[in-house]
Structure formats: C-alpha cells, structure tokens
Design a protein around this ligand. Sequence first.
Ligand code: G6P
Length: 607
Amino acid sequence: MCGIFGVVSSNAVTGTLLSGLQKLEYRGYDSAGLSVITNNNVIKRIRCSGKVSDLRSLVKKSNLTGRCGIAHTRWATHGVPSTKNSHPHSSGIISIVHNGIIENYDELKSKLKKQRYKFLSDTDSEVIAHLIHSFLSKKKTYFDAVVAALKTLKGSYALGILNEKNPDTLIAASHGSPLLLGISRNENFISSDVNAVLSKTKKYISMDDSEIAVLNKSEVNIFGLNGRKIKKPVSTSIQKGNSINKAGYNHYMQKEIYEQKNIIKNTINDKVGSTRILPNVFGPQSDSMLKSIKHIHFVACGTSFNAALVAKNWIEEVSNISCVAEIASEFRHRKVNVLKDTLYVAISQSGETADTIYSTKKAAALGYKKILSICNVPESSLTRLSDYTFLTHAGPEISVASTKAFTSQLISLLLLVCILSRSSGKKIEPTIVKQMKTLPKILTKVFSLEKEMQQIAKHFTNKHHTLFLGRGASYPIALEAALKLKEISYIHAEGYAAGELKHGPLALVDKDMPVIGLMPENNLVDQVLSNLAEVKARQGLVYIFTNKKLKFKRGDKTHLVSMPSCGHFIAPLVYVIPMQLLAYHVAVKKKTNIDQPRNLAKSVTVE
Ligand code: G6P
C-alpha cells in the first residue's frame, strides 16, 4: 500500500511531485523516490529509504527539472526498505511506480532473466519495468507494449509509467489498486487519492479495473485492455483540500483525540431530533429499507472492525435483528451464506482498505438486500460501491493509530441502532437519544483525566505485556485499547473477553503484568470484578476504570480510575477515550514515532 503521484505539465514538475507525494505519505513511509524526464529527454531518478522529507533534501541538492514525472512513497511488501528497493524501478528507457502486489513475479522474473534482464531490487514491481521494456524491444508501440505487459501480470496494480522516447506522455494503469486522474488546464495528474491533487484541481476521473490511461499536458484518454477508448465521467470533488496541521498539538494523534468531542457533538446536532433520529439520515428512503432488515453482516478491518463489534452488541440488545461482525480479510476468502433480508454494512475510515473493498465487491454479487457503508472519506472506492453511504465527517485522520474515526463510527452506528430498534416495539430510541445528548458534557469530564493517564503511563514504560479485559460492549473496547497500545508503544497487548481469562491468558499473569478492567456500571460489573480478583490472587497489577463506587482496602494493589457516570449505550464512547490517552502517553514516554509507527501504514491497500 504505497502512494503514487505523477504529473505531466507545461511547467516544471519536481516541486509538484514532492508536495503531492507528501500528502500520500500516510499510505507508506519507509522509502520514497521520483523519476523526471528532464528537458534533454532523459529520465533522472532519485530514491532513498526514509521519508518524503529525506527525498526532498536529496532533490534540493540535485537541480532536477523537467515537465513529466512520477513519484512514490513505499510500504515494503517484497524486499526490505532500502534505496535499491525504492520506486521508481527502471529498465533502460522505462521507469515505473507501482502500488499493489504482482503474484506471478517469480515466474516472470525467471523468464526475463533468460532474456538477460538484470534485477537490481528484491521487489515484485521491478518485473513490470523489464516486461514493458521487453515488449518494446519486440517492436511493439509504447501503448501496445504496456497493454501486453499488463495482460501478463497476475495480481493487483496501480501504475505510473514513463518512457524517455515519449517525453510528453504519462501512462497510468489500474487493477485492484486505487488510482485516479486529476484533470486540469495545461497539466494532468495521476494520484492514489484525490486529496493529493486538490491544491491543483478538483476535477478527477476514477480509474476502474483493467483500464489504462494516456495523459499529456492537455489531454487524458482512457482505454480498456482491448485498446478500445472508454468515455468516463469527470467528477468534481467536494473536499476542501485545506492544508492540515497539528494546530499546536505535539502530534496528530493528540489533536485527533481532542477533536472527538466536537465531531460527536456535530453528528448529534445534525442528525438527532428531540427524541428520535431525523428521517432518512442513511440516505433517501433508508428508513423504510432499514425497517425490512432481519439480519446484518458487518465487514471491516482493524479499528473499524472493533466498531462493528460494539454495534453488534448494541443491535442485538435493542432489536430482533441477528448480527454478525466479520474481519474483511476472512470474509473475502470464504464461502458466505446470505439469509434473506440481510443488510451488508462495510465500515472503513479510508474507504480504500483492500480487504474491505474486495469483500464489498463480493457482497454485491451475493444477494444481500442492500450495501451500506460507513466511511470517513467521500468519493472513496467504498462509497462508489455502496447503495447507501453514511459519511462520518471526522475530517482527515492523519495519525496511523485511529481515534476520531473510531468514535465517529460509533456515534454513526448508534444512529443506526436507534432506527433498527423501532421495529422491536421496545421504544428504546428516546433513552438512547437522551444518553447521546449527554455525551459532550461527559466527554469534557473524561478529558480532565488526561493528567491521571499521564501518571499511570509511567507504570507501563518498562512493561512488555498488558491485558485489557471487558465484557459485553466493553469487550471490543478492550480490543481497541490493546490495539492502540501495541500500535504506538510497541508493548505487546491483548484485549480479552473477561470471562475467557481463565481459559488461557491467566497463565501469563505475574507481578509484571498490568491488567486493565473496563467496567462501566452495568449488570456485568460483578463478573468482571471476580475476574480481576483472580488476577490479584496471582500478583497481577490491576487497574480498574469504572463509574461504580468501589472501595478497596489499603495495600490492595488496585489502581482505581473514577470515570464519570454515563448511560449504558454511550459507555463504549466514554471508556475508549482514556484508553487512547493512556496509549498516547505511554508512547510519548517511550519516544516512539507516534503518528507513523514502525511497519504500519494508514491505508492498507494490499491484501
Ligand atoms: C490500518 C490503519 C488502522 C485502521 C485499519 C482499517 O491498519 O492503521 O487504523 O483501523 O487500517 O482501515 P479503514 O480505513 O478501513 O478503517
């Protein structure tokens, strides 16, 4: 899942390439590179392991200039992050950038080696450059050579291609990896996402599978692999493309944690009436569609999957709808039986996660009643595949560790829960609405716990493992808490359904194992308390987050964090925030790269 950017223009492109690439860095940040066709019609390439800022320094020293170029920021799949494995990859007059995975690269590599091609990297991508070159040497035209190469590839690709002999042309191709074309006057672009072109143009065309585009500075033409021209609509982005900054916070993650209160408040103000959710907030006629739903299948990855697990708890509690939440990478590869009147719901911050996209394409062919997506990015691949879309309006999330996307998904899902509760006859909607409206005040109190989290964080910096326990809707919050801690502080952390403790993880507990119990006051508190007693009996260090009034004896080795009182339905939104703050402050103390943790990327566009 890398970022690709390219431009062909009547002006010099190096600066544009670097600033476009910078906006795509969330897709991968272990190495970066660019190729430019210079004014003497030769391709010059600069690459490095490290970030776009490192590439920028190298480019600055080089005086590189030209009017057609491609750039890439990498998240390594094949081959370690290093200069030789950085894109662009070259073969004689050809230079390419690639996002995706070429599944038959080994077989192609052997064939190309027999034709005396020398491989200088460990990547799967390098075969593409040699393949195009080899078809060119068989006297094919440039376009035909690219098509022949694409037909030989198995796997997924978004590609930007340069050819020294066609210095005013940029070729792009896409199959199973997102790519769009930015359309402007006297310059045209290719980009992995629309944000990276917004400072130049709002007009864009999304590429679909098995399409190839030929761009010059004044024209963009799209073809199928059969060579036939395809007419595609030009969209106008509704996104603002403002420059994003940390607004005085030390990290994007910290800023995004603090943005949550307003995002939640805005969603409530926009979508919730005095006792009911406003009509059709999930799209035209969505209320009547939702009325007929008997089953729900949630599909998502990572943090978005944890949001789905919370929603499953809520929905089955308030309605007669049966609900399954499934990880997209599992769903996409298994046989799925779809019951009549099942709604498929994909949850994704980016709307570009490969497994979620593939699953949603699969769902479209499976006989679900409708496809609903809950997504933060308008105009993303996911929204284009959905019958109904609910935009979470959390604003761009930059930190790789997701925070505001999660709570904005939860509040959106709570709207869905209210609507679905109507057919059960339980009349629970006014109660949930009332609780939702208390959230902004309660969140102010939760944020006042930050100092305490900072203190507690000190206890974790020298720990190697942590367990988070919860029951009911707090179990997915325990999963999310563990995910946050491991992602940014590199402490091994697990979230467990508290009742599962004695089926295995209790064996890990000793005096060095912190165990955090998430215990909003509800009918499950006593059971979680018994589980934590089992931890204490084995010298484990216990931290309890609860709004129940509990008293412990002196020397009881239990750290109690008093949470503000909150209604049962909003508890997951309230309890996840101290978990985010705790993970953040542990990472601050461990001096990790909080916004761009090692080995990860914000948008996972490969399987
Ligand atoms: C990556 C991100 C996570 C995110 C997951 C799913 O792993 O680092 O923060 O939860 O992808 O992403 P999505 O955009 O589909 O919600």
